[in-house]
Design a protein around this ligand. Structure first.
Ligand code: NAI
Length: 381
């Protein structure tokens, strides 16, 4: 028995959360595992604000500190100066350094490419470093002027005095722990390769270091299990570690998607490539995800709160359902996860889908969020 904490989220969050929980409950029942999960709600977002006057109550943070598994719906980032995104706060507070997004094709979904079924990848994106650290200074501010003059006087770097500046911090520890997660996943799941995606030809000491630290880690910790592309050509067996320059990788995944499997990459590259890949399979709205640290994993859909359709039973719950399938797999309940994924696949192939997917398909029947969940449950096997 494992406690799974859930944050229903804002907007369409509560709708997709309850449908996905229902699917999980029925799938567990089918496998005689009803007792495997105890659900416990935690407050965050607008519901928390209404009930406690805080968007992220201390009690939620204290509980998550001791937790292993949590699922969350999307949370609104209230617009207004100084308010940090709750999502970013959760990631930073619990050091959830790996954002993991599996990307595959579901038969019947409309895609912009000829062979979307050739895409079957898992993106591991570093979540805590890089230009995403948000350390930047506005052009002409007193801070940026100080920094520009420091750089000029101390390091002999001449910058246009009108420049805005941002920092790109990256550490060996930060890069290696992300790449380690990707390699471990590859080995555990019998995958073929891990590709380090970087822009090291231009940014040698940050992006280039990411690549070098990746190969170093493989030599230090995975000798005999992880091999280079060169060794693969010499017919050695193992998980192949390769690297590609980010811009070339965007071409590669369009032209030769079957040659790529797991992608390990830096924060900004990962942001771009995971959305591009999800779009390639037509699945931007249905892609699942998880943010993981060493102790806690928070599973969540990759879409936002979709405020314009909230409360109307129109939301597509696939992303939430598939995120829960990832949770089940990590809990060691792979069979249940597989049942759910198969049932989602079947429901989409039957062209009984929510309006967002139906509007892209020919002759599809439109179901509401709840009815879609019920159809998935009836397709469980
Ligand atoms: P969004 O993903 O909420 O919406 C983009 C478009 O996709 C809209 O047309 C929406 O109706 C549609 N859509 C999204 N999810 C859908 C679903 N499950 N079924 C059917 N249609 C769906 O992104 P947007 O508009 O940029 O953000 C809205 C709010 O969500 C913002 O406050 C933002 O901060 C928050 N957000 C939260 C995230 C999280 O909690 N992880 C992630 C992204 C955005």
């Amino acid at each position: 028995m494992e406690t799974v904490y859930f944050i229903a989220g804002d907007g369409i969050g509560p709708e997709v959360m309850s449908v996905a929980q229902e699917v999980v409950k029925e799938a567990l029942k089918l496998h005689n595992l009803e007792q495997a999960i105890t659900w416990q709600e935690l407050l965050a977002g607008e519901k928390a604000f209404q009930e406690t006057g805080e968007y992220l109550p201390e009690e939620t943070l204290a509980t998550l500190k001791r937790a292993r598994f949590a699922v969350k719906g999307p949370l609104t980032t209230p617009v207004g100066k100084g308010f940090r995104s709750l999502n970013v706060t959760l990631r930073q507070t619990f050091d959830l350094y790996a954002c993991i997004r599996p990307i595959r094709y579901f038969q019947g979904v409309s895609s912009p490419v000829k062979h979307p079924e050739k895409v079957d990848m898992v993106v591991f994106r570093e979540n805590t470093e890089d230009v995403y650290a948000g350390i930047e200074w506005q052009a002409n501010s007193s801070e940026v002027k100080k920094l520009i003059s420091f750089l000029e006087q101390e390091l002999n770097i001449a910058l246009n005095p009108e420049s805005a500046l941002g920092l790109k911090p990256m550490t060996e520890k930060g890069c290696k722990r992300l790449i380690k997660k990707a390699i471990e996943y590859g080995l555990q799941n019998n995958r073929k390769s891990v590709t380090l995606v970087h822009k090291g030809n231009i940014m040698k000491y940050t992006e280039g270091a990411f690549r070098n630290w990746g190969y170093e880690l493989a030599r230090e910790e995975f000798a005999g299990k992880v091999i280079t592309e060169q060794e693969a050509q010499e017919n050695k067996k193992g998980l192949v570690l390769k690297d590609r320059i980010a811009d070339a990788m965007f071409q590669e995944v369009l032209l030769r998607p079957e040659e790529y499997d797991i992608v390990a990459t830096t924060n900004l590259n990962g942001d771009y490539i995971s959305d591009a890949l999800a779009a390639q399979v037509g699945g931007l709205g249905i892609a699942p995800g998880v943010n993981k640290g060493d102790n806690l994993a928070i599973y969540e859909p990759t879409h936002g709160t979709a405020p314009t359709i909230a409360g109307q039973d129109k939301a597509n719950p696939c992303s939430m359902i598939l995120s829960m399938a990832m949770l089940l797999r990590d809990m060691g309940l792979s069979k249940v996860a597989f049942s759910i994924e198969q049932a989602v696949e079947k429901t989409i192939a039957q062209k009984t889908v929510t309006i967002d997917l139906a509007s892209q398909m020919e002759k599809a029947s439109v179901l509401g969020c709840k009815a879609f969940g019920e159809r998935v449950i009836s397709n469980l096997a």
